[in-house]
Design a protein around this ligand. Structure first.
Ligand SMILES: NC(=O)c1ccc[n+]([C@@H]2O[C@H](COP(=O)([O-])OP(=O)(O)OC[C@H]3O[C@@H](n4cnc5c(N)ncnc54)[C@H](OP(=O)(O)O)[C@@H]3O)[C@@H](O)[C@H]2O)c1
Length: 357
């Protein structure tokens, strides 16, 4: 299953809104076929793995991180391919919650295939968290907050400079990360101070470039900012407010920016979901991230900790998050830990979306 999860990850940025799926065919202890869902609309992982195994799939075990699908979508049902290949046993990490695709386990059991679901279920759920979240609720997108901090939890020095808190390996990883999200968001202050492009310039070219979203209640952005000057090439949306000066809003719209006027952050996220955004990577700064956290609107934290001290007066990562007594403090679930050069990436989920069988 660990191998299936690794294979699944290779579809990052290319398969959404479909899930990431990897599959391994085992004949006894030998791996006789492997595959993953590589492209939206392309063959599913199970089919690729079974094609690789050919006649060795008869009587074999298929290990896959998501329950095989039963529906005719862009490709025929995986359950048909499994039955045709003569697979004896299927081991899946999590059930498929999709109303159209679900039910593969029951269908296969009814045709005398042994099926077990639940192996490495937590890792399986974490891998496809945005996909599972989108099927669980429709009010807002899955929100991940990414911050690079010093050892003492600062995102910029006292002068506001944050380029760069983290090292090159961590910054490269962020380009990989961006490819798997529908939108990349920042606060207005970050957009003005750092003047980021927020484009994907890494090893994965996303199937659809993520929309760039700026939470800028006062519509302070101007043409001098890259996000605005390139808005006709890469979509840029501004979450402004009803109080923003109409002339600033008109200016932004004339530059090709799509302006929304939500009443709250939650309302802004609802508008994003209505506009078909299922996942958002928020890259700061501290004020926006902390407000999202305080409002219970962050589902995952990508925390890059750099081995540097910035000290008193530097910009805090989480200003104003309300206090919790230790005994009742929320504890998040670590889903990944990894070294990125001299930095450390810790990925934490607020809760796991584990679908029911
Ligand atoms: N190390 C890192 O990972 C990292 C990442 C990003 C940025 N940075 C650094 O962080 C600094 C900027 O961070 P910051 O904390 O000062 O600002 P910020 O989070 O970038 O910006 C706050 C912005 O969010 C807007 N906003 C919209 N709705 C909001 C709401 N409901 N609540 C709060 N804010 C809302 C604010 O609008 P209003 O003006 O209307 O309040 C303001 O424009 C920069 O120095 C940047 O270099 C570091």
């Amino acid at each position: 299953m660990e191998r299936a999860l690794d294979l699944a990850r290779r579809g990052w940025g290319r398969v959404a809104p479909n899930p990431l799926v990897g599959a391994v065919v085992l004949a006894g202890d030998a791996v006789v076929g492997e595959g993953y869902h590589a492209e939206y609309g392309g063959p599913h992982a199970e089919v690729v793995a079974l094609q690789g195994a050919r006649e060795r799939a008869r009587g074999a075990t298929l290990v896959v991180n998501l329950e095989p699908c039963t529906h005719h979508g862009k490709t025929p049902p995986c359950t048909d391919a499994i039955l045709e290949a003569g697979v004896a046993r299927v081991v899946a990490a999590i059930p498929d919650p999709d109303p159209q695709a679900r039910g593969g386990a029951a269908l296969l059991r009814a045709r005398s295939v042994a099926v077990s679901v639940g192996l490495l279920a937590e890792a399986g759920a974490a891998l496809n968290a945005p996909f599972l979240f989108a099927r669980e609720q429709e009010e807002r997108p899955f929100v991940a907050l990414k911050l690079a901090t010093s050892i003492d939890g600062r995102i910029a020095d006292a002068a506001g400079s944050s380029q760069w808190v983290s090292g090159e390996a961590a910054r490269e990883h962020v380009h990989w990360l961006r490819a798997g999200f529908d939108a990349i968001a920042v606060g207005g202050t970050t957009a003005l101070r750092d003047n980021p492009q927020l484009t994907v310039r890494g090893p994965v070219t996303p199937r659809r470039p993520p929309v760039r979203v700026v939470f800028d209640r006062r519509a302070m952005l101007n043409l001098g900012v890259q996000l605005v000057s390139t808005a006709r090439e890469v979509p840029t949306w501004v979450m402004s407010s009803l109080d923003a000066p109409p002339s600033s809003v008109t200016q932004l719209e004339r530059s090709g920016v799509r302006v929304f006027r939500p009443t709250t952050l939650r309302d802004g996220l609802r508008m994003l979901r209505e506009a078909a955004i299922q996942s958002v990577l928020c890259e700061g700064g501290g004020a926006l991230g902390a407000r999202l956290l305080a409002d219970g609107l962050v589902d995952r934290l990508y925390w890059v900790q750099a081995p540097v001290w910035l000290g008193e007066g530097a910009v805090p990562a989480f200003p104003g998050v309300p206090p919790h007594p230790l005994a009742a403090a929320p504890r998040w679930t670590p889903v990944e830990r990894r070294a990125l050069g001299s930095d450390t990436l810790l990925v934490l989920d607020r809760r796991l979306c584990l679908p029911e069988s």
